[in-house]
Design a protein around this ligand. Sequence first.
Ligand code: ARG
Ligand code: ZN
Length: 464
Amino acid sequence: MRRTRPLLITALIGSLLLAPAAADASAGPPDAVPGASGVGDPYLPLAGNGGYDVVHYDLDLDYTPATRQLKATARILAKATENLSRFNLDYQGPPITSVSVNGRRAPYVHEGGELVISPRSALRKRVPFLVEVSYAGSPQAIDDPALGVYGWVPTDDGAAVLSEPDGARSWYPVNDHPTDKASYSIRLTVPDGVTALASGEPLGRAVSRGGRTTSTWVSREPTASYLVTVAIGEFTVERSRTKSLLNITAIDPKVSATDGGLHQTTATVTDWAAGLFGRYPFSSIGGIVDKVGVGYALETQTRPIYDGRLPSTSLIVHEMAHQWYGNSVSPATWREIWLNEGFATYAEWLWSEQHGGDSAQARFDRIHARPDTDPLWRRPPGDPGRDDLFTGAVYSRGAMTLHALRQTIGDERFFTLLKRWAAEFRHRTASTADLLALAEKVSGKELDALFTAWLYTSGKPARP
Ligand code: ARG
Ligand code: ZN
């Protein structure tokens, strides 16, 4: 069933386009209201939008590295969750050339990262609708004083996309919040000789015509907008198949002439992680190494991006662990970021422990030995604030929280919990309260004091 979904969606999009008259027939519900401009995220109030759920994004992108020009059309199949007189998309990309809803031109206002679209007739609750937005120009990365550079990042030979937390809007109109996951098809057209990759799996072979090459990538599983990636430039690509998983790695030859084991290590790490966390949640694996210049890696779905150098095994473990924790089980709000980074960091500790390195206990002890005045203890990771989403405590004290939990409930229950967390919230979003509830269920213990001390109380928590 799932394998055919993008094709069904393509057919559905086609029929919506061919039948605009059906949408015209009604003037729309009289009680229609404007959709909200955000989903109510405490850190990013304008991220995401209310009134609809996106089912599928179909992105057509034509990019020329030499001029940094993008010509694009985004087709968004969504379903209204209320009767809508108008609705918003998050968008901060190149100038828009046209907007239509169900095949009819629609008036729009584009201001301050919000694209407000007023369909000719109001949208009816539970009914699917198709939005088509065309745009052209030079996408700009977001450069945030606290979060750094993210979004669509032009590189010396192309571009790379790393959108956490809300950078997807820099390159396509989107309901930019993890609570609205969708499937994707992405068509990339670049000059012949340039390599283009995206997250997900390639659909058929690249086709060259008139000096430009087009490749298509499909993500069938639910995907959060910040995890969609595109990488364009010069790459040495390696492809193989391990069991049911396609493995695609791509390395910028200016970074390294060899792959330093990236391809094989990614496969090995994924196998190991599936043993601990349960079945891998997506259909392919891999990695992209590019000279991006942002100074961090991102766990882009199926195919993490590594910046500037070949990743260490530990970094591969971190980014692949995110495929379960972060990508499949995603944060319900950005306040829950420690659920991503604490788990991914703890996965590094587990890898080390199981491969002849330091034990998780030794790592915990080393950090716990830091003086009470260490800045690490100042900010508990459970509510770091928008500007400190990626602060050290979110990672290390987040991992320590999981270790303290393991100490408290014992190895057997802890490892059961890791699997059940991934299984019960697979392809969904979750919060710290969900984790607490599941941990209490699995262990039969009251754990709110532990969670409060480690996640929400400043100062060094006592050892468990
Ligand atoms: N999630 C990434 C990682 O832990 C870090 C992303 C940092 N993002 C940023 N805008 N600074 O691998
Ligand atoms: Zn991470």
